[in-house]
Design a protein around this ligand. Sequence first.
Ligand code: ASP
Length: 407
Amino acid sequence: MTTRTGNLILIGMIGGAILGVLGGLYLGEFMLHLSFLGTIFLNALKMVVIPLVVASMIIGVTSLGDIRTLGRTGMKTLAYYLFTTGCSVLIGLILVNIIQPGVGVELWETTLPDMVAESQGKTIVDVIIGLVPSNVIQAAADGSILPLIVFSLLFGGVLSAIGEKGKPVIAVFDGINTAMMKIVNIIILFAPIGVMALVGAIVAEKRDSIDQLVSGLGMYSLTVVLGLILHAFIVLPLLLHFLGRQNPWRYFLNVGEALATAFTTASSSATLPITVEAVTEKNNIDNRAASFVLPLGATINMDGTALYEAVAAMFIAQIFGIELTIGQQVIIFLTATLASIGAAAIPHAGMVMMVTVLAAVKLPLEGIGLIFAIDWFLDRCRTTVNVWGDTVGAAVIAETREMKTTA
Ligand code: ASP
């Protein structure tokens, strides 16, 4: 796709979002009828995710060469994920302690959202067990990306190790990868319409909760959004500049389509095809780094979600008038980081993971009911930062010694 077409599409997506907001506010019913257009766009994106993740992980692993390079790149990638996630939780904790959005807010009657109630009792051991799929096809059918990544890493590694016999198989996956990217290029052409329909439907549906954004939950939303802005516009650009050697502003504009899609879909995984396209084709990041860092990042690197978990937990404690010690805040820091790693890359997953953070410091689970009303908005904001963090990670890893010396 040419830069000109890319820019036109980005402008189209922004225009689509504005039309969607206006349509949702003033033509509610009509926008709800148009929502099927958004569903088609979303389905089209999801359609390519599974083949893309498998093919791109296999190509990423096989193109890295020997197992030591793979190991070192893997360690650096994980270190990047943990470092940036840690920074964002810290920003969240500092802000929530300064702003204290929950102090003085009156408790109101709530019920625990169904999806949260259902996930209660899930432990970290269940998450670890889930990493190894008992049936790869089932994992693909369920859209469980993490077990598929584990399988693809193993499969790719073994394909490299068996030499000549592996080569034709690698070539097939290389072809699949290229074909998927071409399909993504076609889907992107429909992004402005998809964005308009998705934004229009959500605004029409949630019109009534918009005043919550400015009333009881206003300071809380502001704290989350302010934290996300600081992380996205200060921490990540600094890393991008110094470690990724990129011009942050240009890089940001080039991934604009992915960020706009993240905001509209609230799903890092549905956005993944566009993220890969923006990073490799528009920002020209080494495909070996991108094909490895992006799928993994979409599922485990969630800076925005981690920040949100920490702020939300502290907000709930403040509303219930529970004073948390520094030690308990350290536990929130750790569990928020873990929860963001464990959260699936789908809408509201971060809110569901709040169960583990709250349980760790014995805060009342009903607190989740309090913040549910505006999760549709904060989910979009944090997903955008999650995806931005992944794209920066791809640039940083592309500049590592391993990538440079094996190029
Ligand atoms: N929706 C987010 C994502 O896909 C996860 C979350 O709910 O925090 O990145």
